[in-house]
Design a protein around this ligand. Sequence first.
Ligand SMILES: [Zn+2]
Length: 328
Amino acid sequence: MFRTTYRQASRNLKSLKHGVGWRRTAHYFLWPLLAALLCGVGTNSGHSGSGSVRRSLKVTTRDEGGITHFVVQNLEAADVTATFDLRLSNLKGSTNFPYTTTFRGGETVDAFTLSPVRADAVWHYTYSDDFTVGNNTAVPDGSYIYTLPYAPGTACRVTQGYHGRFSHTGADEYAIDWQMASGTPVYAARGGVVVGVKSDSDVGGPDRKYESSANYILIQHTDGTIGIYAHLMKGGSKVKVWDKVEAGQWIGLSGDTGFTSGPHLHFSVFMAKSGRERLSVPVKFKTADNAALTVMAGESYQAAPIAVQQANVGKGLTGMGGGSHITR
Ligand SMILES: [Zn+2]
């Protein structure tokens, strides 16, 4: 996540003929840091290092009749949750602070306003924000059964499951690692809209210095949660931002980029808790042998053959297709 702090002192004070005193007329343009800093999925584990956000939110202000409007533009395709903290002097906010809210992908909105309490006195504020990819109002659909993220009929072993001691703690508590040779086709575990792709990294290893070097694909689901597929190989994305994908669609190639101890696919479903924190969500998978199970470290699971997945669609076991769409 990112924190940007602005300290605004009084400036551009101007005397008004008919006013009762002083009024501020300055416009402030507040630009969050654009640098690529580590955030998100890898925040607590550092393992996936997959949530690097390069631009996310643009925050500007607009003065209208003495009222300061904070305008937020979400530059991501993904929902982004922000927490604003303001310290106010002779100002009243349209909301209480700290204020946490989610901005939908691509939208521009007036987030809140500040109004002078006393028009005849100087006012002042200190502003900071934190933001992270994810929706804090998402309600995970616990009835949705995910498709294993590899080719129908093939099997992969789970090397780290829920609560994995190596790195699946904190915001990554419900992440899963599948052992996979680099270049193994990765399939969407659930359909949705591609809201993030990084595929230009060619480095990785068992060192935290690689935390922000993981390639990944983010897919936002209809319930507002986001699935992340991390450590993909360089150029290992077959999809681009805003693409719609279906469960079982071939989306990329696994790899060994980022902070990893060997080639594998890191997968988790997450939402935001605030601009400062993400939550991962436990999910169940259908396999060749089981309609819905929680995968466990040390076990191998075979993805259902296409015919079985299609049959499951007929039984209502999947929400967005069951692996029959692998042509992309
Ligand atoms: Zn992992």
